[in-house]
Design a protein around this ligand. Structure first.
Ligand code: NAG
Ligand code: NAG
Ligand code: NAG
Ligand code: NAG
Ligand code: NAG
Ligand code: NAG
Length: 428
């Protein structure tokens, strides 16, 4: 195993300063601190004059705001904390635009199908999590986007697919647009049980296979060249975590809807490829996009959050894939814990999380999504498991484990991941 997790575990009261993942209460309070830290990047939350509602400052891409509201809606659902509901609902209503379809005038010139469907997925997350919003029907907005995109399914080349850009079609059909179209339809199929959405999800996936953008082995390649009718020779072989996440989560949703062996096989293939492609770096992060290496742009650095969310959803939707998703998430979560700052009190004070030495909206969303995996309750960090399953009965014991082979919590009643003098004692 390349991820040898060893934790310095102790129960001293003084260790409570750091983010703790010992039990439901401390996990939720860590999530609250990270969510608060995310909103620290959002100018309207500090009443900055003229700051656009729903947007994070450039060069954060428009879709990154959609990903942030989606994470925060999921935060509200999983923790039961309604304190952010109004900031989330105001943001979604503002960016849904006058037609409630996530095509606001500011974005119309260069909006991608990918970005529009990502916002639609935030609306769907809000529909699960938030009370009805008089300014926007979340479910209707998500359905409107799905219908618009289905109408844009493009038969003029390649036998199908979606153009990358909505208003200015160029020659590319990208897998972010295809993948989030697939995922949006799969998620709507689960949410509404309307078979028409499942049919579109299957059609999109099958077209991805036929165009060579998705492979039976679970690879998800960046884009095809419609100018060459998506010929194999002109298809990119670059892989991004964001696209991989869409197909992984969508496949798990289709499995959960159909229980079919086809979707078991596809989910497993995507999971194996995600491991092989995005979890093999020996550097500072355990989930990374090798395609951009050390020079990822700000939006590229935010892709990881989308894959993290997908892994968390897979652990919930596809029990057969739970253990593998959990193993991957533990690795990523440890790297995030390491970056979430020293001396931070849990309990809602803003925490800023560094990932690979960088902080920002994308990094913060990544940290929040991973922490929500623990809040969801189907995922645990080794060591924390015992106290969460046997809360109140385990005896607090100082325990240090090294060199892997972390056994599930023998006598660990209180666990704190502790930062000492800026050096973190979470071994990897
Ligand atoms: C659109 O962009 C303008 C100029 O940057 C900004 O003032 C306005 O608040 C934005 N509107 C929305 C809804 O994002
Ligand atoms: C898209 O257009 C908007 C305004 O029309 C601009 O603010 C934004 O930077 C553009 N994004 C890209 C990636 O070109
Ligand atoms: C997709 O792009 C092609 C090439 O630019 C264009 O001919 C076609 O009309 C576009 N399809 C849609 C649905 O916009
Ligand atoms: C383009 O590709 C599609 C799908 O493979 C195929 O059906 C169609 O005949 C091709 N068109 C041309 C002009 O080669
Ligand atoms: C579908 O997902 C739910 C969680 O949302 C889970 O409880 C259930 O076991 C899953 N169904 C199957 C068939 O795995
Ligand atoms: C990920 O891949 C590595 C290297 O092949 C393997 O050792 C490990 O068991 C895999 N992890 C999971 C969770 O599948």
């Amino acid at each position: 195993m390349h991820l040898r997790a060893s934790l310095l575990i102790f129960s001293a009261a003084g260790a409570a300063r750091a983010l703790s993942f010992a039990d439901d209460t401390s996990v939720k309070s860590s999530a609250q601190s990270i969510a608060t830290g995310l909103l620290a990047f959002y100018p309207p939350s500090s009443n900055t004059p003229g700051a656009p509602i729903g947007l994070f400052p450039p060069p954060n891409d428009w879709w990154q705001a959609g990903a942030a509201w989606s994470a925060l809606a999921e935060y509200a659902r999983l923790t039961g904390d309604a304190g952010l509901n109004s900031v989330i609902s105001t943001a979604l209503a503002a960016q849904a635009g006058p037609n409630a379809d996530f095509r606001p005038a500011n974005q119309s010139s260069n909006e991608t199908n990918f970005a529009q469907s990502l916002w639609a997925l935030s609306a769907l997350a809000a529909d699960r999590a938030l009370p009805p919003n008089p300014s926007l029907s979340y479910l209707s907005a998500a359905k409107t986007v799905a219908a618009q995109q289905a109408a844009r399914w493009d038969m003029s080349s390649c036998g199908g697919g979606l153009n990358t850009s909505i208003a200015h079609p160029g020659a590319t059909k990208d897998t972010l647009s295809l993948g989030y179209f697939f995922l949006l339809h799969a998620a709507l199929a689960l949410h509404t049980r309307d078979a028409a959405y499942a049919a579109w999800a299957s059609r999109a996936y099958d077209w991805g296979l036929s165009a060579g953008l998705v492979t039976p082995a679970g690879n998800v390649f960046d884009f095809a060249d419609a100018g060459n009718n998506c010929s194999s020779a002109s298809t990119s072989r670059v892989q991004w975590s964001a696209g991989a996440g869409a197909f992984l989560w969508g496949a798990a949703a289709m499995y959960n809807l159909t229980f079919s062996q086809t979707w078991v096989t596809r989910t497993a293939a995507h999971l194996a490829t995600v491991n092989a492609t995005f979890f093999q770096a020996q550097s500072t992060t355990t989930l990374s996009d090798p395609a951009c290496g050390g020079s990822c742009s700000m939006p590229q650095r935010a892709y990881k959050g989308l894959l993290a969310k997908a892994l968390v959803r897979v652990a919930d939707l596809a029990p057969f894939a739970h253990d593998q998703a959990q193993n991957l998430l533990v690795a990523a979560t440890r790297s995030v814990v390491r970056g979430c700052g020293e001396g931070v009190e849990a309990g809602g004070k803003a925490v800023t999380c560094a990932v690979g030495g960088r902080t920002g909206v994308g990094e913060q969303v990544f940290a929040l999504e991973l922490t929500l995996g623990l809040v969801q309750g189907r995922l645990t960090l080794p060591g924390a498991a015992a106290s969460r399953t046997a809360a109140g009965t385990a005896v607090p014991t100082a325990t240090t484990k090294k060199g892997g082979g972390v056994r599930r919590g023998v006598g660990v009643g209180v666990l704190a991941v502790c930062l000492v003098g800026g050096v973190v004692v979470v071994g990897l």
